[in-house]
Design a protein around this ligand. Structure first.
Ligand code: FES
Length: 87
């Protein structure tokens, strides 16, 4: 199954214009056993918070894709490791 986001094409797309978050940065935050599993946890992990909320559905889709790919969902109550992906 092809991911809904641009990573399949090798293109980085800003999915959250309020926080300038790319799909790649969100995906990177979802790596590891203690990765966030809710949109709110993703924002906290990346050091920001949702503003207008237009990106929430996209973040949820990316989380779902990551969980399906990993086959090993982690605890949603903990935060991810530091992520250094631009932008
Ligand atoms: S686009 Fe993400 S909070 Fe506005």
């Amino acid at each position: 199954m092809q991911p809904a986001c641009s990573i399949a094409l090798g293109v980085i797309v800003i999915i959250c214009s309020c926080n300038v978050l790319s799909d790649a940065k969100v995906r990177a935050s979802l790596q590891g056993e203690t990765a966030p599993r809710t949109p709110g946890a993703v924002y906290r992990c990346l050091g920001c918070s949702p503003n207008c909320g237009r990106c929430l559905a996209t973040v949820r889709t990316i989380i779902t894709e990551a969980l399906n790919e990993s086959q090993n969902p982690a605890d949603a109550s903990t935060c991810c490791k530091a992520v250094n992906v631009l932008p």
